[in-house]
Design a protein around this ligand. Structure first.
Ligand code: CDP
Length: 315
């Protein structure tokens, strides 16, 4: 079923707006995709000039010395002065090599990934980025792959699933085994309440000698990224993890491929009902995130040949 020849049937979509939106998306998405080197270079240099993701996306002992006053990006009234103890948890060296990766896969958690057979294609990327500690086993491998070079973790997961790491912590360390020696990127300085639990995650991984390498988002980078996307016309309270990781990938990789980005509840080709995530149906907090608006920006970048958005099955 080629998307060009079909439009969403009147009865299968859950709301009129979604149906219209999906038809518009399919119109823009159809046709062969080709990377447009000039558009990619322009967008990338805008991003790196305004956000400096390569040097500033994460906190390191080099870019954040003792005495630095960190401003929480989610609550600009709160600050934290870096003392020796906190400094000792900062990443030593530079997390990214001084060359761009050939291909990066950014894997969102959208239900569109279920039954996509995209696992092999995702795993063939040189660098694979995942969001919010998603499950990779129990049959998901075939559709989402297993390779992980960087995975983010929202502290809310640590609170809900692992008791905030206040009690037994082995389960947390074991649950991270599926990500081998990946970087674990935590927004430790986005809100003040994120800091203690993120530090406990760091201490836990160190104490259990886990190969996982914890690292913190730099709140200054997240702030500049929010301003960048606002200047692009995106209005949202908080950027989603997916668009943050896509932005970083555009600075670090020559070819950026997106999977699992589809914030609608109907499949674009089969028109079947979708769950919000490929592994559960927990809804996005629309109070904070504007995923459909974000998606429109990602779709624009796809049509401009800046990145490639995968919506179909991978054969
Ligand atoms: O925590 P957050 O809501 O940002 O993310 P998530 O639900 O764990 O999903 C990771 C990312 O995948 C999101 O930040 C979105 O960018 C993307 N996503 C999507 O595009 N469509 C969906 N139905 C679900 C997630």
């Amino acid at each position: 079923s080629h998307p060009q020849k079909k439009s969403a049937p009147q009865s299968s979509a859950s709301c009129k707006d979604c149906r219209e939106n999906i038809n518009k998306v399919l119109e823009l998405y159809s046709g062969a995709w080709k990377k447009q080197e000039a558009s990619y270079q322009t967008f990338r240099s805008q991003l790196s000039t305004k956000c400096h993701g390569f040097e500033k996306a994460t906190i390191t002992q080099t870019n954040t010395p003792v005495g630095t006053k960190l401003v929480y990006d989610g609550d600009r009234k709160r600050t934290l002065q870096v003392n020796l103890e906190i400094f000792s948890t900062f990443y030593k060296g530079h997390p990214f090599p001084n060359k761009t990766w050939h291909t990066c896969a950014v894997v969102g958690n959208g239900g569109i990934l279920a039954n996509s057979s995209c696992g092999k294609m995702i795993d063939s990327a040189e660098f694979v980025i995942r969001c919010n500690l998603p499950p990779l086993s129990n049959g998901y491998e075939k559709h989402v792959g297993i390779k992980t070079d960087l995975v983010t973790a929202n502290p809310s997961i640590l609170l809900e699933k692992f008791g905030g790491l206040m009690g037994r912590r082995r389960m947390f360390v074991e649950s991270l085994r599926s990500y081998s020696h990946s970087l674990l990127l935590l927004p430790a300085f986005s809100f003040a309440h994120n800091t203690p639990v993120s530090l406990r995650a760091f201490y836990t991984l160190e104490d259990f000698k886990s190969p996982i390498r914890p690292i913190f988002f730099n709140p200054g980078y997240l702030k500049s990224l929010a301003l960048f996307w606002r200047s692009q016309g995106l209005r949202t309270v908080r950027l989603s993890t997916g668009i943050i990781m896509t932005s970083l990938a555009l600075e670090l990789c020559d070819n950026v491929q997106l999977y699992g980005f589809w914030p609608f509840d109907v499949h674009p080709h089969s028109f079947q009902t979708l769950t919000n995530h490929y592994y559960d149906d927990r809804k996005t907090k629309t109070k904070f995130h504007a995923m459909p608006d974000e998606f429109n920006h990602l779709l624009r970048l796809h049509t401009q040949g800046v990145l490639k958005l995968h919506l179909g099955e991978c054969k």
